[in-house]
Design a binder for this molecule. Sequence first.
Ligand code: PMP
Length: 437
Amino acid sequence: MSEAPQGKGNRLDPWLDNYAARAHGLRASETRSLFAVASRPEVVSLAGGMPNLKDLPLDRLAEATASMIRKDGGKALQYGNGQGLPRLREQITEVMALEGIDADPEDVIITTGSQQAVDIITELFTDPGDVILAEAPTYVGSLSIFSTYQADVQQVPIDADGVIPEALEERILNLEREGRRIKFFYCLPNFHNPAGVTLSEARRPQIIEICRKHHVLIVEDNPYGLLGFEGQTYTALKTLAPEDVVYLGSFSKIFAPGYRVGWAVAPPAVREKMKLASEAAILCPSSVGQYSISMYLDQFDWRQQIEEFRGMYRTRRDAMISALEEHMPMCRWNVPAGGFYVWLNLPEGVDAKEMLPRAVTNLVAYVSGTAFYAGGRAGRDHVRLSFCYPEPAEIREGVRRLSEVVSRDLEILELFGPVPERSQGSNGISAPAPDQI
Ligand code: PMP
């Protein structure tokens, strides 16, 4: 067996020096490294954003899938069209119609989850050092993609009504003054991950206007849009500006993520490039996944299923909010109108990242706010709490356990004050952090 040349790489990875520059940014996300611990049964995990599939009719799905394979197996188990199954693309336009979006099946491209759509878009538009605008905070999975393509992610502040238009425009102007290239604005208008907020109707045309004025493409990522707890939906940015928006949708949260079927709707020229990029990467999206979803949309009452999901997630949101009210008077939070997440603001000085091991020891897991910022420096004052997966009683217990950890950290803060940025030994010599020696 050949060995890597002497002095190259290290003992753990002899190929370390051979990676492309873009591979060096690839690190396990905070959510990922947590899963190993948080999946132990004694830990209440408020960390992952896994949809709750307990209400899906598995027996009926199994039977319908078996007869679909018997009938259409020759096609469902074969390679397919790079743009996706034409019948499913039509059905996707019916799903989008629930949010008032009028799309042509020709403009739809089916992807391996909306995650692949973010990947393709970033690949197509971003050279190393190019700017991608995103909200502060933003979805950790997209940040990983942006980092792989060595983009400079510039995050724009949000408030309870979503991204702040003035802040967006100011950032764009500053970047233009510096001669920087802005490739697109990645936006999560509905039931934001992680912040739980929704872009107000009033701000939507303003955001469009600003991006149009500065020729910035909008990537509208909308996996949660049909999960409004009161059945409410919002005007898609895509509806307001079809030529300026690449819209991303997914079956992961309204049906099941295991099929890995999502989609994008893009202006024709962009859609064509996306198709070529997708074919280069994966040849075609999973045929059997597409046939299964198409069968589900034909034969099951999927609108009613979404209605049930809404009710189920609303009950969990309510459990989390009432537990926060009972146990966490020292924190602030938003009340999400849909989706999976509460963005919890910790008391001043309490550090989400530092507190995490203590929380896990107290048998509750969350994601530190730092995961949702490029560079991971901001966000220590927040944690993302997911209410989608655990039972309401577990959610309440998880929040109670978390409140114990926050209270203890607060007591320590009162006794010793905040931990200095760079810890100094008592003799004034700065020492490396314990986990580095
Ligand atoms: N975007 C957002 C905002 C998400 O929360 C997720 C999944 N958590 C995705 C995209 C990716 O979803 P999928 O690939 O399963 O469609």
